[in-house]
Design a protein around this ligand. Structure first.
Ligand code: SF4
Length: 348
């Protein structure tokens, strides 16, 4: 059986040549595959009958299997996709405020080894990396969901389960296929790769020259506070992370996004806003403030709580008063298993 999502364009061209067909058909097949419906003018109808028969004989088909689908009142749709080995992975579609658009969030690993203390995903530990094709399958499922909702999947973030920088080869292979106009056609600048601050990964991404966005999950303005949230040995010093982010930003000419999840009494004090502004302001990076979705007791047995609306607004105001561009990322579908890893833990 061949799984089309596991093929790069050159890879499928080679496969077709090996089967005795022209390589030019590979782009048509993949484009139709990524459009998730095959209803493109360059779709299978224009393929030689012998190639269509060969693809059928090889079992080329859609791979993703939706095991669970949760839809929130705000339209946020969370899917649990069953993988070929029986494991499962979460992916989320988030409606944009513009009625015709949506954003997607994909996972890069099954589970996660990073051990962020407030995160549901890491409670089950790390199971394995996703393949590029398994990441692509999430994109295809999201595109299909968006289309069914009358929207266009406009952007994609690697902010679901797992640390993308620890599976960077597969992430980059998936990004290339999803972004490439000849295949997925989403576009490079529509994609954000997020990291909890893995410096070698940031440097490797910088070296690729790929024109994607970078988001860094900092969650604290100082190393001591960050040490409460991330286990030793899995975190780098904030100064070093930001230096690596500086180099990425300089190479792309677009601001890096700093993700900051506001946790009551942990990282939401006015003084911490001032510290964060001191770090970020001159760098002209943007800050995304995230509302925490409680996930029960943490790895260390703590019950983190979201910051109140009042405290969150004061934190944002503290940043803005010092010239930092700061936005709130809207809380999505709080009545479904909104936090990354929650649905999988519940549904298995
Ligand atoms: S927040 Fe992200 S990097 Fe941290 S444990 Fe959860 S999935 Fe892993």
């Amino acid at each position: 059986m061949i799984r089309l999502s596991e093929y790069s364009l050159p890879g499928l061209e080679q496969q077709f040549v090996a089967w005795g067909f022209k390589p030019v058909h590979a782009g048509r097949v993949l484009r139709a595959h990524y459009l998730a419906g095959g209803e493109t003018e360059a779709g299978p109808a224009r393929l030689p009958a012998a190639l269509v028969a060969r693809l059928r004989a090889e079992g080329a088909a859609d791979d993703d299997r939706v095991a669970v689908r949760q839809v929130a009142a705000d339209g946020t749709t969370k899917l649990l996709l069953r993988l070929a080995d029986g494991r499962s992975v979460e992916t989320v579609l988030m409606p944009d405020f513009r009625p015709d658009r949506a954003a997607g969030c994909v996972s890069s690993q099954v589970g996660c080894a990073m051990g962020c203390d407030f995160c549901a995903t890491t409670k089950s530990g790390f199971e394995r990396n996703l393949t590029a094709g398994e990441i692509v399958e999430q994109f295809r499922a999201l595109r299909r969901e968006a289309r069914a909702a009358g929207r266009r999947l406009q952007t994609l973030v690697f902010m679901g389960m797992g640390e993308p920088m620890l599976n960077l080869d597969a992430v980059l292979a998936a990004v290339e296929r999803i972004a490439d106009n000849r295949v997925g056609g989403l576009g490079w600048r529509q994609i954000t790769v997020s990291t909890v601050g893995i410096i070698p990964g940031i440097e490797a991404l910088t070296a690729t020259g790929l024109n994607v966005h970078l988001a860094v999950s900092l969650h604290a303005p100082d190393d001591a506070t960050r040490a409460q949230l991330l286990p030793p040995g899995r975190r780098f010093a904030i100064a070093d992370i930001l230096a690596a982010a500086d180099r990425f930003q300089a190479s792309r000419g677009r601001p890096v996004t700093i993700q900051y999840c506001l946790l009551k009494g942990v990282n939401d004090a006015p003084e911490q806003a001032r510290q964060l502004a001191d770090l970020i302001g001159a760098r002209r990076m943007h800050v995304n403030l995230l509302r925490y979705n409680p996930t029960g007791l943490s790895l260390r047995g703590l019950a983190y709580e979201p910051s109140s609306d009042e405290t969150s607004e004061a934190f944002a105001a503290g940043l803005r008063a010092r010239g930092v561009v700061a936005h709130f990322r809207r809380s999505r579908g709080p009545e479904i298993d909104a936090a990354c890893g929650q649905l999988r833990r519940r549904a298995g």
